[in-house]
Structure formats: structure tokens, C-alpha cells
Design a protein around this ligand. Sequence first.
Ligand code: DSN
Length: 415
Amino acid sequence: MKLKETDGEVYGLLTKELDYQKSTLRLIASENYTSRAVMEATGSVLTNKYAEGYPGKRYYAGNKYVDQIETIAIERAKRLFNMPHANVQPHAGASANLAAFFAFLEIGDKFMGLELPHGGHLTHGSPVNFSGKWFRAVAYGVDKETEALDYDAIRKRALEERPKLIICGYTAYPLIINFKAFREICDEIGAVMMADISHFAGLVAGGVYPSPAGYADVITTTTHKTLRGPRGAIIMGRDEERGKMIDKAVFPGLQGGPLEHAIAGKAVCFHEAMQPEFKRYAAQIVKNANALAEELSSQGIRLVAGKTETHLVLLDLTTKGITGKDAQAALEEAGIIVNRNTIPFDTRSPFITSGLRLGTPALTTRGMKESEMKHISGLIVKVLENPNDTELKLRIRGEVEELCKKFPIYADLSY
Ligand code: DSN
């Protein structure tokens, strides 16, 4: 029986979510619209299969096709990111990072990562996360003036603290990372270099962001952000020795049965990301982020670090007299979906925040370009300047719907 007949309640909400995704502007930097092909693979019969182990070395029978699919995913990941080893089993970005820690650190070991309010991730040493609870996390930050990474200061801190591992790669940092500088720092103190490229993996695949391959010992990434695949993650190692450590950490270290339906979706996503069209897509993401940044800045919004070199723009709302939390809520009413974000040296809590993070991967998938980014920037500024004007927000909600109709997504999708 189809979902509609079996479970009307879930079916009803799914159709509403589909309409909602179609009719609103999605500017959450970590979200995207994955392809029908990826969704088909992810929603397939592979969800029925147990496959503990790795291709050719499973603990269950019946994996002759599953092995081929996982092998294809592994080989494509290696080719796409130019890395000698790939493990495609991590369920999510946080579990990939946990596995990297499990592979290269012992409980209580010291590592260094970017502070959460400066753009780091929870798993990069936040005290409320496993990374900060089970390991000794030392933080580095961005420079107070430039809001950019200061590689001399990071080196100095690394020499003082001598961490066993250093993480680079962030969730809310709009500039390009100098991976060579991190390699040199790691070499000086004998640390493992870990690059978490979750946010910009699609830009790396599309050739518009430098690759950490050749520098990092271990690379983790989610597959659903700029890479536009299914929810999930992968881990890559710089050689087979590190690869063995990674594989042991993922299984049997941390996970049981891999989600083979998600792995099939990852394989399809890697194939899509190898196509010439994906290079154009990645380049347009960055062009769109630049257009958004320039227009917002020209309309009086301060950009953290003054610009963007990636898919995301971080706005400082301090002088606008509105918190990130209230701005997020007002924009949501107008059909513009964003997330509040701390900014470097934020005086507000992560629940309230002084900033907003905007990203262009999803709008770019809809086919929007620079002129739409300029138009959308204007809508955003109007809402930020009049967050309590219900009539204005309703009017903008209507404009947003019209714009979405001109750039349809999932036009022929139904449940
Ligand atoms: N939640 C993701 C993001 O939005 O950046 C990171 O895990």
C-alpha cells in the first residue's frame, strides 16, 4: 500500500512540507534541494538490508549487490576528492567527526579547533559536545579586527599547547582556508591535520574552493550541503594506513549496520558532482553569495569579515537593533528561511545571537542568479528594518511565492 493509504497523517504533513519547500526561499547555508535521482536511491529497497562490515567482508549474507553499490560509492568519493581512501558509512557529520577522533585520538587527548562563536562546529570542541567533554579542547579564534583566521596566532597557540590534532573547516566562516598553512603548523608539532569540509565540499568538488587533499591527514564531510546529496557523511584518509584506522573506528568502533540506502544516494550524488554542470553550479553558488553580500552591504548591513569567498554570508545585526532570533522569526513569516548565528565576539547567547547566516546553495539549485539575489537582499532588508510590520511581511510572502513559481523545484514530485 502507498503511504497515502497507509498513513494519512504522515502523508498529509509530507505533502505540506513539499509545498513549503517549493514556495519559500531557502537561504540556510547548510541546506539544499537534492535531486530526484538521489531521493530515489535513498528511498529504495536498500533500507531493508543489513551489511555490517565492508564490501567483500560482511557479517551477513546476501550482499552481492550492496557490495557493488558501496564499492562504487567509495571509488567515486576517492576520485571526486582526490583522496586515496574513503569510508562512506558515517551516518552524519557529527558521527564522522567522532569517528575521526576515535581513529586518531585517545580519550583525554588534546586537540585544537575554531571556537563555536567564531564559526566552528559543536564537534570541534564545544564543552557541551563529546568533543569538549571527552577530549581536552583548546580553541583558536579569528582576529578581532579582520574577523579572519590569523595563521601566525594559530601557529603560536599550537606551539604553546602542542595538540595531537588540529581541525580546520567551519560552519560559519565566509573566507577561504589556507590548508597549506595548517599543514605546516601540524608538521611543526607532529599533529594530525583534520579538515571538516562539510560546508564547502560541493565547492571543492566543483573546483571553486581549494582542496585540502595533499595536506590533510583526514577529511570529513557531510554529503547534503553544497554537495547536494542525501543526508549523511563520509571520511577520507590520506593513505591506506590512515584509511585502516578510519575504517576500524567507523565499524566496529562506533557504528553497526551501515545505511546502504543512504550510501546508494551518496554514490548518485558523487556521480552528479563529477558532471560539468556541477562545476557551473558551484561557480554560480559563489557568484550568488557575492551578489547577496554586496547588495546587503550596500543597503547598510555589516558583513562579518567584510565579504564572502564562499557560499555563505554572515550578517552582523548589532547596529540594526534586532537580534538574530527575532530577525530569523520575522523573515520566516515573510517566507524567507534563514538561521540565526553567533558572530565572532558576540555578546549574546547562541540561542539569541547578534547575527544571521545566509547561504546560496538551495536558491542556486532553483536556477536563481545575481539579479534574484539583489532582489531578495532588498526583501530581507525591508523585513529587518520593519520586523513587526505584519502587512509588509504578508506582502513580501506573496512576492516570495511569485518568485518561487518562476524558479520551480520538484515540479513533478508528488507522494
Ligand atoms: N547544522 C549544520 C549547519 O547548519 O552548519 C552543521 O552541522
